[in-house]
Design a protein. Sequence first.
Length: 302
Amino acid sequence: MLDVRKLRLLRELALRGTLAEVAAALNFSPSAVSQQLSALEKEAGVALLSKAGRRVQLTPQAEILVARTTELLDVLERTESDLAASLSTVTGTVRVAVFQSAALALLPEVLGAMRREHPDVRVEMVQAEPERALYETWAREFDVVVAEQYPSHAAAHHPDLDRRRLITDAIRLAVPPGPEHASVASLRDARELPWVMEPRGAASRHWGEQLCRRAGFEPDVRFSTADLQAQTRLVESGNAVALMPDLMWAGGDSPCRLVDLPTGPRRTVFTSIRGASAHRPAILALRAALETVAAGLAGRME
């Protein structure tokens, strides 16, 4: 009989590429992962790994096992969901990945609602960039992901992950307050100013650079940080300008002066879960709480 836990390690190796990455993701040592996979080879009676330079490569037989393991994990997850749905109380742990501005605007109220309405549910939250979080949710690291999509910049799709819109918010040019920057009334007015953006590779960075290029200039990105609170401080203190989504202010006052952008671009915030866990009550409860809080926030932001 093949061991499901060892099969999952093989699947993780197929997804992540190296023993070190599997070990880091699952909190094992690389040697422990290697030993478990060697034991799986003995159980299967066939070679599963071959050397490819400093890396290992899956054999055709290993690829068969990986495909069947994915199906098996789906069945197990659906079974767990059905079992949980048969109970009279909502219990369990839900692992949610969320990016920073959504975490700041939504999570405090959502967690409060979960404590009041579903006290037996444990919510574990990790702040993660949307692209990575979507992948990790598909790979079963998280149960729910709150992700974002910028205009004309589609977020990655993964098999068996649904997508439900949570809220949209306007993106504006954030300018330092005060008379020194009073003349900045449009995107082009900021072409000579220093900018702060997220690091290269982030969807917001790509979108922001393209927006500036369409306006006829290359932004002078002197500061790079994924921390939007740090971006806000750089703008507020007069050191930079930035493209900021309204969710950062959560319906309150911004410490920066906000300038509308051409065509009024809006960011879409959405949630995703795996189809195999779509009926698990704790996950449904958290998603419902996110949607309720987002609907109230949207009303305050209008």
